[in-house]
Design a protein. Sequence first.
Length: 142
Amino acid sequence: GALALLRGPGLAATPDARAAIGVDADGLWVVAERRPGAPLLGPLLRAAGVETAIALPERSLALLEARGPVGTFGTAAPIPETGLTLLADPRPAAEVLFPDVEPAPYAVWGTLQDTRVRYFRASEGRRRPRFQAPDGTADSVP
């Protein structure tokens, strides 16, 4: 019941394709292109973690720039009516909570973080009650 976003011949059936797209083990799209005479895409995509790829027509990918659509090979590329439009997410990847705090290198804080700390009550070698019950009895932590 999945909607097909892209269809085309498998890269295995057209090993000399100039462009291909596939999904890696992390679920990310991997797009590869090659110039004439460059190594075939199949081994390169497998090295990138893509098991199955689809061969793309030469003018199938275009970037929309201020001057108009430009093919990834640098040639003008018309955008087909049935094209899939991908939009960048304008939200920042992270939010700075304390912008006035300057990060320090590991050499400054590493020793403090790696030091094991144990707290003991000075007398009797046991811990103080952690919680106090309403009747005044202590609920101690073992």
